[in-house]
Design a protein around this ligand. Structure first.
Ligand SMILES: [Zn+2]
Length: 133
């Protein structure tokens, strides 16, 4: 684990009265593993907007993100590549179920040197209900 991440874990532990960094890591692992366990959304047709930030010019990241885009092409409605300050930003719109979105987000997070992966989910059924009301 990188030294700066260990420092941030220690600071977070101290700030929030954890017994130590391993308790923070444990809770982080639990959160990560249950992140997509949402019975309200499982089985629903969903749309997701996923953003990926990484350092400008890190070709191995750009190559891997492109590979993932091709691998998950069946679920990707659109993809846009932009530059913000010194970062490349890939923005994906997906139309898929929770499992497929979870797999895609997980694979993006596992890409070495990716800075952040964020997403938002919308249940396409709930949009329909809003229109009916
Ligand atoms: Zn770029």
């Amino acid at each position: 684990m990188p030294a700066d991440l260990i420092e941030r874990l220690d600071a977070h532990a101290a700030e929030h009265d954890y017994t130590g960094r391993s308790e923070v890591v444990r809770e982080g692992a639990r959160t990560l593993l249950t992140e997509f366990d949402d019975d309200r959304l499982a089985g629903d047709p969903l749309a997701a907007v996923v953003s990926v930030f990484y350092d400008f010019g890190t070709q191995h990241v750009e190559r891997r993100v492109t590979e993932l885009r091709h691998e998950h092409d069946a679920h990707i409605a659109s993809n846009d590549h932009s530059h913000v300050e010194d970062y490349c930003v890939d923005c994906f719109v997906l139309e898929a179920d929770l499992d497929a979105i979870s797999t895609f987000v997980g694979k993006l997070r596992a890409v070495e040197d990716v800075e952040t992966v964020d997403y938002s989910l919308v249940s396409l059924d709930s949009i329909g209900h809003l229109q009916d009301a």
